[in-house]
Design a protein around this ligand. Structure first.
Ligand code: ATP
Length: 334
């Protein structure tokens, strides 16, 4: 199923970049993570050493890219961005490695999707700022070693469990990003509304925050939609009734679940009698990739206890039945 957007992609990206915090002190929430990074940055400057390699993990849209782009600003260095799937062979990494500035950042998104051969190529770069390049083939093949500028690798992953042990061990810091509280999201909505020149009442910001799946990226897109809705239908600031009507129209329910969330829960309850069911079966029935289910849909449903995971698969919890207005079955006696 293709998603049709009415905003040109580059414009959406521009908006996204405009909303992104530039410095650590502008990052809202994730206080523990931000404080540790603050220390690391200060130490790196004082000791005149590059920041140690950092791995960020957590569900999509919680700010991994935001942290990665804030750090070079704090350090006064540059950043290059790429992603695991774009690096199919070691040679794909060469332009990035040879373009490094001293102390700069190389950001690899979805680093768990980097092939093993590229992973092994990057080890000496991470450890000794050196790469080994094999020239020629067979008997005449020889390896030359090339020194690199000292740099910081920042990896982001939604699946830290899929990263190999040796790769994981080469990161000095491991930071896990968690879902945001409603209060934190409300602050993000208010700050971003100011950046978008859009007056919004605190109650409306709270309503958007409450219905944004604990995720800043979702809050941003709900804010964009509500802003359009408000501009088209009303004059003046975004108020709570306007926010509510805009989200209802976008088929975001009162708990903030969207169409895919509800489809997931409906399938689990109606077709699989509430589970336990494997994620592959659910994905096939809903017609979505199982990675999408596991990375984007399930983490929030798990954390809010709509579902739970058992050894035999996913199980619907009472809250899921309530959200869909269905009668929960009596607990089975074993
Ligand atoms: P992915 O893992 O898919 O790259 P992500 O976790 O890196 O996603 P970002 O792209 O960093 O998510 O965040 C999306 C948007 O959410 C940002 O452009 C920014 O506007 C907002 N945002 C994220 N985290 C914060 C934060 N802590 N404070 C303020 N705004 C934030």
């Amino acid at each position: 199923e293709k998603v049709i957007t009415t905003v040109p992609a580059d414009e959406a990206q521009k908006h996204d970049a405009a909303l992104r915090p530039k410095l650590l002190k502008e990052v809202i929430g994730q206080r523990k993570v931000a404080e540790r990074l603050e220390i690391a940055v200060r130490a790196s400057k004082k000791l005149n050493e590059p920041l140690g390699h950092i791995l960020f993990d957590g569900p999509p849209g919680l700010g991994k890219t935001t942290f990665a782009t804030v750090l070079p600003n704090e350090l006064g260095t540059s950043i290059q961005l790429t992603s695991g799937p774009a690096l199919s062979k070691p040679a794909d990494l060469l332009p990035f490695l040879t373009n490094l500035d001293e102390g700069s950042v190389l950001f690899i998104d979805e680093i768990h999707r980097m092939p093993r051969i590229v992973e092994e190529f990057i080890y000496p770069a991470m450890e000794d700022f050196r790469i080994d390049i094999v020239l020629g083939e067979g008997m005449s093949a020889r390896t030359i070693s090339m020194n690199l500028k000292r740099f910081t690798l920042i990896g982001a992953t939604t699946r830290s469990g899929m990263l190999s042990g040796p790769m994981r061990d080469r990161f000095k810091m491991h930071e896990h990003l968690e879902f945001y509280s409603v209060e934190e999201l409300a602050t993000i909505v208010r700050v971003n509304a100011v950046k978008l020149n859009t007056p919004i009442t605190p109650e409306a910001a709270h309503e958007l925050a409450r219905r944004s799946r604990g995720t800043p990226r979702v809050a941003n897109s709900r804010l964009h939609w509500t802003r359009s809705y408000s501009a088209a239908m009303h004059d003046g600031p975004i108020t709570e009734p306007i926010a509510r009507a805009a989200l209802d129209m976008a088929e975001v329910d009162r708990d903030g679940l969207d169409k895919n969330d509800r489809k997931y829960l409906e399938t689990l309850i109606d077709l699989y009698a509430g589970g336990p069911t494997g994620v592959e079966a659910l994905a096939a029935t809903i017609n979505l990739a199982s990675d999408t289910l596991a990375d984007e849909i399930e983490p929030y449903l798990l954390r809010e206890q709509y579902i739970t995971r058992s050894p035999r698969g996913r199980v619907a919890m009472p809250r899921a039945y309530i959200a869909l207005g269905k009668l929960a079955p009596k607990p089975k006696t074993e």
